[in-house]
Write a protein that binds this ligand. Sequence first.
Ligand SMILES: [Zn+2]
Ligand SMILES: [Zn+2]
Length: 267
Amino acid sequence: MNGSCAFFYSKKGGWRRVNFFAKIAEKIRAATAEHGYTCDGCGAEIFDYPVHRLCNDCETHLPRIGERFCEKCGRETHAEGVCLECKAAAPSFEKGITPFVYRASAASMINRVKNGVPELALFFGEEMARSFAARYDGERGEPILIVPVPMTVAAKKARGYNQAERLAIAAKKELEKLGFCTELDTDILQKRRETAQQKHMGARARARNVLGVYHVHKRKACVDRVIVLVDDIMTTGATGSECARRLTGAGARKVYLLTATALSERK
Ligand SMILES: [Zn+2]
Ligand SMILES: [Zn+2]
C-alpha cells in the first residue's frame, strides 16, 4: 500500500480510501497465510511466532533510530545536535522519543496499524517503551500519566479505534514490566474539530493548522504530573507540540512525546 502513502497524512477524507484498500490487502494476506504464524511486517510464514513477530528479513530492515538523533525531538538527524525543525521552532514538549524512522518497513507497518491492523500496535508499544526507558531522564519510580493524542469522535467512529490509544495501551504494559509506575487516561485531551490536510504544509502552516484544535478535558488530572503523550508518527512535531502546550497550560510539570515513528530531519 506504499503507493497510497500520499494519503496518510490526510486528516480528512483521504485516509478512508486508504483504509478501504488496506483492509482488502489485509484480507488477502490473511486468506493466503497457511497458518496463523505469519510475519507482522510482510505476511511471510515464520515458525517462532509470537516470540518473534517479524521474519528475519523484516527485523533486520527496520529503520531504527541510530546514534544520530535530535536531542530535543528524537528524530534521526544528519549531523550531531538539534535538528533543523527544532532550531526553527523549539517544540513545547520536554523531549521527543521514538524507536523508528518513518520510512521503509517501519512506515508500512505503522500505516497498517492505522489501517485495519491495530494488533500490530503491540510490537510498536514494546519498542516505544524500551526507547523511553533508555532516554527518560526522570525518576523511574515517579508515577507517569500516559495520554494518547486523540482523534475527533467522528474520525474514531469511522476507523473503529484510535491507533494512538492502542499504542499507549501496549507501551504502558511494557513500561510496567520495565519498572515504571504508569496510569493511562484517554479522556485527558479531546480533539474538537478535524484539521485540514497537512501533507503539503510547511512547519508554520502545520502549527497554525493545529492551533486550538486540542482541548484539555480533565485539567485537574494534569496538575504537577509527568505526562507521556503517545502518537503514531511525528512529522514536524506540530501536533505533539500543541498538545504539550495545552497540557503544560493545565499544570503538567513535564510532557514527553513518545511516538512509534518519526520522519528524519529534512535535508
Ligand atoms: Zn517479514
Ligand atoms: Zn528536533
